[in-house]
Design a protein around this ligand. Structure first.
Ligand code: XIL
Length: 376
């Protein structure tokens, strides 16, 4: 009798202790990172239209920012000249507002997932620089104006520079030269003067690309154009890039006076069919069994190595939190990741922070602990 009284007393004290001092890991990712930077995710259509309720819940509970994975790309918004399709994009923005998210638009000008008509005439020949300028103006103005004040920032131009620092020979470049970039920034700013404007690209740790991006920011600023941040996509692998090279670029970009955002973070564990592939979406390889070794789960050693590398990147982000405004994962749960289908279709990858059942991986708690131990 006496001892059970003592035990319940101890238990009550323990519970009280728990109540007074909540365990750090009871906080969500977004709460823990609240004073550091926004923590975002890309959303696909199923997630914000009530079809994929599992990932929808994980997104709502853990992230503070969203970006559309596909539905705001130009081939979806304006599939035919002058005919805009906003149903999905409208739902995406409404979901973000209902859940108090920072909403980023992705992306206004990109050579990929652009409608075929955009840069050519009826015969398939490149249009003149005047025609392309007007088409870009109309697309950007229509889209940005529609979401004025609701979409807080735009990836204005995506992937215009190659790893070696040269300009990508896209149709935009063929017709307008590098001038298409300042034009796009100008049109976006005219349509919503309050919106933040970003340049976004992959393989940003390469020295050549780093230098050209720095020069681009300087040029835009010299011309009096608004640019708020550089987006470093962050589609990384287990060996590449070296964290030190990634950090060099982060510091170089921040050195130009703009913010840095990690915009499309995922970490693949799968063997690469080509180590030099970067994140060029047009690259594709056929499925082969030996390229898909982990269909039944990851061996512990690899899961630990994955965790360590992901934590290493977040340590870097927290170290430079004063320069970083947002870190966005390119997807919610492992099942949602484009890495399962790119650059090889039909594989099983483990690239994101939440597993296929929507459960937080151990690294999430590690990030939370790190952020609570890092000053503002
Ligand atoms: C990807 C999407 O995740 C895929 O669903 C789609 O099939 C191709 O595009 N860089 C970008 C993103 O800026 O828009 C790309 O998203 C991934 C690479």
């Amino acid at each position: 009798m006496k001892s059970s009284f003592v035990y319940s007393g101890i238990l009550a004290l323990l519970l009280l202790g728990c109540e007074q001092e909540p365990q750090p890991d009871s906080r969500s990712l977004k709460d823990a990172l609240k004073d550091k930077f926004l923590i975002g995710t890309a959303l696909n259509v199923e997630q914000f239209t009530g079809i994929d309720t599992l990932s929808e819940r994980v997104a709502r509970e853990n992230f503070s920012a969203i970006v559309p994975e596909n539905c705001m790309k130009s081939m979806y918004l304006q599939p035919v000249e002058g005919k805009f399709f906003f149903d999905d994009a409208d739902q995406f923005v409404a979901w973000g507002e209902a859940n108090k998210m920072w909403i980023t638009g992705h992306c206004l000008v990109w050579h990929s997932q652009a409608p075929l008509w955009l840069c050519v005439d009826n015969e398939g020949n490149n249009v003149s620089s005047e025609v392309l300028t007007e088409r870009l103006r109309k697309h950007i103005t229509t889209v940005v104006t529609r979401y004025q004040g609701r979409i807080k920032g735009w990836d204005v131009v995506n992937e215009a520079i190659l790893e070696d620092g040269s300009w990508r020979q896209s149709k935009f470049y063929e017709i307008l030269g590098e001038e298409f970039i300042p034009l796009a920034f100008q049109f976006a700013h005219e349509a919503d003067p309050e919106a933040e404007l970003y340049y976004n690209d992959y393989s940003m740790a390469f020295e050549g690309k780093r230098n050209t991006v720095v020069q681009l920011v300087k040029t835009l600023k010299e011309r009096g154009l608004r640019i708020d941040a550089i987006g470093m996509q962050g589609h990384i692998g287990m060996d590449d890039p070296a964290i030190e090279d990634f950090e060099k670029s982060l510091l170089a970009f921040a050195g130009t006076g703009v913010k840095v955002m990690i915009t499309e973070l995922d970490l693949t564990v799968l063997p690469s069919p080509d180590p030099h592939i970067g994140a060029a979406v047009e690259s594709g390889f056929d499925f082969r069994e030996e390229l898909n070794p982990y269909t039944d789960g990851l061996p512990d050693s690899l899961a630990n190595a994955w965790s360590k590398r992901m934590a290493g990147f977040f340590r870097l982000f927290l170290t430079h939190q004063d320069k970083i405004s947002r870190v966005t994962l390119w997807g919610v749960c492992d099942k949602d990741s484009w890495r399962n289908d790119w650059p090889v279709p039909g594989r099983t990858d483990y690239a994101l922070l939440f597993d296929r059942q929507g459960k937080a991986k151990p690294v999430v708690n590690e990030i939370i602990q790190m952020s609570l131990n890092t000053g503002k």
